[in-house]
Design a binder for this molecule. Structure first.
Ligand code: SF4
Ligand code: SF4
Length: 247
């Protein structure tokens, strides 16, 4: 017992002070893209052609963050002169059209629904549905329960049953085999309920976009309240989205 207490004392307090204190991520992290609107048209076209997700709108010099998998090809190819990725992990939006960005995003807090803040601001129970995800989106959600992020200190928890949940968090491209299970889970959540699409797969099909085996995005099946881009989204992207949208 004394050994455990000594160990605990030596470990100290490891929980992040975010959002009270800012966190700077490693330089290799790819967050919100910065887009140079003065980049030469031929370079923009080259990047658009090389993009594996066809996420670059070369005419308007914009990136669709619902499709983007943050592979960095456009940044490498343009040597940062067209696209460079910032360390800004605050990427969530409440409307799908906001995912198409020229380098900035509308404030999520201004677009949050006040009734959700009133209903779920003090207690939010989430049911995670992995609809054929590769497990990376799920792992980075799971990590929110660890002592560093300690999601429960904000009154946010994951629950086992959709009947105990206020919201579902959907990851993965929603394969044909998972569609019915997902829709049944959605139906089982009591109203008023919130739907969160997390990761490029659930936003657009991600790397599987266009395949007849997956859906073209969660919003094609059920109404979505919160879109969280990334492949996978960083745990801080999830945390920022949940705290900004519900608190
Ligand atoms: S980082 Fe996104 S926009 Fe750039 S090439 Fe990769 S998928 Fe396309
Ligand atoms: S968005 Fe990327 S990380 Fe998440 S499930 Fe799809 S492929 Fe995996």
């Amino acid at each position: 017992m004394l050994k455990t207490l000594k160990n605990r004392f030596e470990q100290g307090y490891r929980t992040s002070r975010y959002p009270k204190e800012k966190i700077k991520l490693l330089s290799r992290y790819r967050g919100l893209p910065k887009i140079n609107q003065n980049a030469p048209a031929d370079l923009v076209l080259q990047c658009a052609d090389a993009c594996p997700q066809k996420a670059i709108d070369s005419k308007h010099k914009m990136i669709d963050m619902g499709l983007c998998v943050f592979c960095g090809t456009c940044e490498r190819l343009s040597e940062g002169s067209f696209v460079s990725f910032s360390g800004n992990f605050e990427l969530a939006v409440s409307m799908k059209e906001h995912l198409l960005t020229g380098g900035d995003l509308p404030s999520l807090s201004r677009h949050s629904r006040q009734n959700f803040k009133a209903l779920f601001g003090r207690s939010l129970q989430l049911r995670q549905v992995s609809a054929a995800g590769c497990n990376a989106c799920e792992a980075d959600l799971n990590v929110l329960a660890t002592p560093f992020f300690d999601l429960a200190r904000f009154g946010i928890n994951f629950v086992a049953s959709p009947r105990h949940a206020d919201a579902i968090v959907v990851t993965g491209p929603i394969s044909r085999n998972m569609k019915t299970a997902l829709l049944k889970t959605y139906e089982a959540v009591p109203s008023p309920k919130v739907v969160i699409a997390a990761g490029s797969c659930s936003l657009s099909g991600g790397p599987f976009c266009g395949s007849p085996e997956v859906s073209p995005g969660l919003d094609s099946l059920i109404p979505v309240d919160l879109f969280i881009p990334g492949c996978p989204p960083h745990p801080l992207t999830y945390l920022h989205a949940l705290l900004t949208y519900f608190k």
